[in-house]
Structures are given as structure tokens and as C-alpha cells.
Design a protein around this ligand. Structure first.
Ligand code: GRF
Length: 202
């Protein structure tokens, strides 16, 4: 039986679109059961609806704290019998309320080569620091900010003259390949986890 994905977003949802595409083409043998957003204006919600995918909006402001909010996310993810939770441009930190019931079942995409430049502006921070190489990381989520075990990474050379927008475009096109690839590996049970180390099985 094909696995069910729950995708959590905050914004445009271009990574969501890449996963939708790979599920629809059959490259990933999984079904997107639900897309959840903390932001009612997220364009990703429209993208999901255009493909007949169920959506939910959960506003953190309606909860007394982040734990209670995450409990609500878990309630929805369980209702849809989700096997893997994908944070695809989700801008909030997650708590144990979500991580405990989905241990090693929550993955995140980050627009930098972790452990360098964690946080909300991985692209801008890399440019400001002046590194010559940056990239994209997909990792399992733990309680820290972008600290969990790394699944896949891809590097790219920063050009001598490159605006943040130009770099972001190049990073996003890598993300749109790397995140679906990590989802595929998970769905095919090809990720072996040993503490911090994640081995990709052939
Ligand atoms: C991506 O760059 C992701 O790495 C970052 O937020 C962006 C989300 O883009 N965390 P989108 O919503 O998937 O278009």
C-alpha cells in the first residue's frame, strides 16, 4: 500500500508543487493525504486544492502555546493516517508534541549546507558571510533549529557577482529535485538511521 504524506507549509509551496508532480507522475509511490498551513494566505494551499488535495489551516495564535498548537497538527496528521511529515517551507519550529509521535518521520528542507547557516535566512546569511560554496540540505527534524540528522545535501558555487534573488533561484531549483528525492528514499524504506548518521540504501 502506498505511503501517505502530510505536508506542512507557510508560503508559496514551490517545494510542495515539486512533490505533487513526482507523486502524480508515479516517480514517488505515495499519496499526499493533507497539506497543512499555519498561514491562511499561503499560495501553497491553492496549489494543493488545484490538485484535489485536502488542506487545513491551523493558526498558532488560536492556541495558548506551541505545544497545544502542535497537538492540533498531530490530530490532523493522525486523522489522515500520515506516514511521513514533510516540512516544505514551514517557518515555525516544531515541539516534542509533534516529534514524539512521528519519531524519524519528519523531514525538512533547508536552503544552506547545514550545519552552516541554520535559521530563517540561510541564503542571505551565506551571502553575507562571504562563503564561496553553499547549497541545500534535507534532514530529519529534531528539537533544535535545523540540527537533525542529514539525509541529502547538494552544494553549489556562489558566483562572484550574484544577487540574493539569483542565488535563491538556483537554490530553489536544487530544492525541487532534492526534497522529492528524499521523500522517495523514505517511502521506499531506503534510509537507515544510526544515531546522527543516515545511510542511503541502494
Ligand atoms: C525554501 O527555500 C525552503 O528551503 C525554505 O523556505 C522556502 C520555501 O519555499 N525553508 P516554497 O514555499 O516551497 O516555495
Amino acid at each position: 500500500m502506498s505511503k501517505k504524506l502530510g505536508i506542512i507549509i507557510s508560503g508559496s509551496g514551490s517545494n510542495l508543487a515539486a512533490i505533487i508532480d513526482k507523486c502524480e507522475s508515479g516517480y514517488i509511490d505515495a499519496e499526499i493525504a493533507v497539506v497543512i498551513s499555519n498561514n491562511s494566505q499561503a499560495y501553497g494551499l491553492k496549489r494543493a486544492q488545484n490538485h484535489g488535495i485536502e488542506t487545513a489551516i491551523v493558526n498558532p495564535k488560536e492556541f495558548s502555546n506551541r505545544q497545544e498548537y502542535d497537538k492540533k497538527l498531530v490530530e490532523i496528521l493522525k486523522k489522515y493516517q500520515v506516514d511521513l511529515v514533510v516540512l516544505a517551507g514551514y517557518m515555525l519550529l516544531v515541539t516534542n508534541q509533534l516529534l514524539d509521535p512521528f519519531k524519524y518521520k519528519v523531514i525538512n528542507i533547508h536552503p544552506a549546507l547545514l550545519p552552516s547557516f541554520p535559521g530563517t535566512d540561510g541564503i542571505g546569511d551565506a551571502l553575507k558571510y562571504g562563503v564561496k560554496v553553499t547549497g541545500v540540505t534535507v534532514h530529519f527534524v529534531d528539537e533544535g533549529c535545523d540540527t537533525g540528522p542529514i539525509i541529502l545535501q547538494e552544494a553549489l558555487q556562489i558566483k562572484e557577482i550574484e544577487t540574493k534573488e539569483e542565488l535563491a533561484d538556483r537554490i530553489h531549483s536544487i530544492e525541487h529535485r532534492l526534497l522529492p528525492e528524499a521523500v522517495k528514499l523514505f517511502v521506499e524504506d531506503r534510509l537507515e538511521i544510526n544515531g546522527r548518521l543516515v545511510k542511503v540504501l541502494n
